[in-house]
Each structure stands twice: as structure tokens, then as C-alpha cells.
Design a protein around this ligand. Structure first.
Ligand code: FES
Length: 122
């Protein structure tokens, strides 16, 4: 596990996110009322980018493509893709799946994200 400094306090407006890349992993760093959270940057439904997703109820991210919703703090799906009508056919093979999340800490003015380094095997 390695901590990576990815932003400074005050850099990310409340209710917005900042895309960061750590060790090739594309991550969104969110600033919510109760702190900072990090998730994978692509939706688990059809892998579309979540950067422009809406934050609802302070901590739920809605994918802008088919409206799946995820709890930003845990990555767990709150509601699965339901738009446009007919998307349920795709959902028979694309089952609910949580977003990957990453621990975030604040040290002084630095915001750090923890990423587990890949272990190479011979
Ligand atoms: S890609 Fe996000 S809900 Fe379909």
C-alpha cells in the first residue's frame, strides 16, 4: 500500500470531484460534506466515465449514462441502471457491482489516496 498526494485542501470545491491517475488507475477524488472520498472513475455498468455524474443527497453519485447510483463513501450500488427504457435487457448480463473505493487521508494541507501496488509474479 502506498499513499499518494493528489491534491491540496481547498483545491476541490464541495460537491465536485477531481480526476487523478495513480499507478495507471483512473480515480475520482470527491469532496463531500464529511470529507474526501475516492472511487474508480468508470461506471461498473458499461464502463462509461463518471466524472460528470450528479451528486444526489450529498453522497450518491448518479452515472450520467444509464442513471445507476452509487454511494460514494462505500462504492455500493444504491440503484442500478434504469434509463433509457429497455436497458433492463442489458442488465440481465450486467449485474449490480460496486465501485472500487480507495482510502483517503488528509495530512496538513495534503490530500492523500492509498493505492495497493500490484505485485508482479514471475
Ligand atoms: S454506464 Fe453507468 S449506468 Fe450504464
Amino acid at each position: 500500500m502506498t499513499l499518494h498526494t493528489v491534491a491540496k485542501e481547498g483545491e476541490i470545491d464541495l460537491g465536485t470531484n477531481k480526476p487523478v491517475t495513480i499507478n495507471g488507475e483512473n480515480i475520482l477524488l470527491f469532496h463531500l460534506d464529511d470529507g474526501y472520498y475516492a472511487t474508480q472513475s468508470r461506471c461498473t455498468h458499461l464502463f462509461m466515465p463518471l466524472k460528470k455524474g450528479k451528486i444526489r443527497d450529498g453522497c450518491t453519485l448518479e452515472c450520467p449514462f444509464h442513471r445507476a447510483q452509487f454511494d460514494i463513501r462505500t462504492g455500493e450500488p444504491v440503484k442500478w441502471a434504469n434509463f433509457p427504457p429497455g436497458i433492463q435487457l442489458i442488465n440481465t448480463i450486467r449485474k449490480e457491482k460496486a465501485l472500487k473505493t480507495y482510502p483517503v487521508t488528509v495530512e496538513g494541507d495534503d490530500i492523500l489516496v492509498e493505492v495497493v501496488a500490484e505485485v508482479e509474479t514471475a
